[in-house]
Design a binder for this molecule. Structure first.
Ligand SMILES: Nc1ncnc2c1ncn2[C@@H]1O[C@H](COP(=O)(O)OP(=O)(O)OP(=O)(O)O)[C@@H](O)[C@H]1O
Ligand SMILES: [Mg+2]
Length: 206
């Protein structure tokens, strides 16, 4: 499907939702979190609206699971099985898809998010911290994506600048550095759009 970008990360809580919201706004794209695990503290679809995504551009989740844990387990607890056939990309036009957790997170006991990304075959952005530990987590994620034949657009960093870590991931991982979103003390739709415009080139994602 043309104009789809899949956002994954090196970990849960790394900043995928914040980055995906900024990207969707910059591209005028729809946003889709196909599998949401954990509903009590709000959903990522709700968060992106707070960060500036037009609610009309939020595609409803395919699975809304109650428990904040790995999707395979959250589904089991709710008595459902995630069926990859229900994860077909919705409609035409620009779309930003946010994955659950990281690349090897299981959607079922036999199907990971990385397997799903390979099935979609659309360009993937890996969101990574700049903080200590990121080199290992980023390179592992890159290997796991490549092992599945997933097209990797590049890495989007989140956090304070750590030039050597960002450079060495790009060099060893043979991957493009798309930019770095700084930690925003006051995170809102206005500050996020400005930070994205200052630190990324939207044309890299078209
Ligand atoms: N650039 C940023 N500036 C300030 N706060 C940020 C930034 N990026 C992420 N955060 C905060 O860090 C936390 C985790 O970010 P986020 O929800 O985007 O992670 P995630 O990778 O989408 O997590 P999940 O795996 O649950 O989907 C949130 O509280 C978010 O507001
Ligand atoms: Mg998220």
């Amino acid at each position: 499907m043309s104009g789809t970008i899949v956002v994954t990360g090196t970990d849960t809580d790394v900043g995928k939702t914040v980055f995906a919201a900024a990207l969707a706004v910059a591209l005028g794209a729809r946003y889709w979190k196909p599998v949401q695990a954990g509903l009590a503290d709000g959903s990522d679809a709700g968060s992106v609206v707070e960060l500036g995504v037009d609610p009309a551009k939020v595609v409803p989740e395919a699975y809304r699971l109650n428990t904040p844990c790995s999707p395979h387990r959250a589904a089991e607890i709710d008595g459902v099985t995630i069926d990859p056939a229900r994860l077909a990309l919705p409609g035409d036009g620009p779309l930003v898809v946010e994955g659950a957790g990281g690349v090897l997170v299981p959607l079922t006991r036999a199907w990971s998010f990385g397997d799903q990304a390979a099935a979609w075959g659309q360009p993937v952005v890996l969101v990574a911290r700049t903080a200590l530990g990121t080199i290992n987590h980023s390179l592992l994620s890159i290997e796991a994506l490549r092992a599945r034949g997933v097209p990797l657009l590049g890495v989007a960093f989140i956090g304070d600048a750590v030039e050597d870590s960002e450079a060495v991931i790009a060099e060893i991982g043979k991957v493009r550095r798309l930019g770095r979103l700084p930690r925003l003390a006051d995170l809102n739709a206005v500050t996020l759009a400005a930070a994205f415009a200052a630190h990324f080139d939207v044309e890299d994602f078209r």
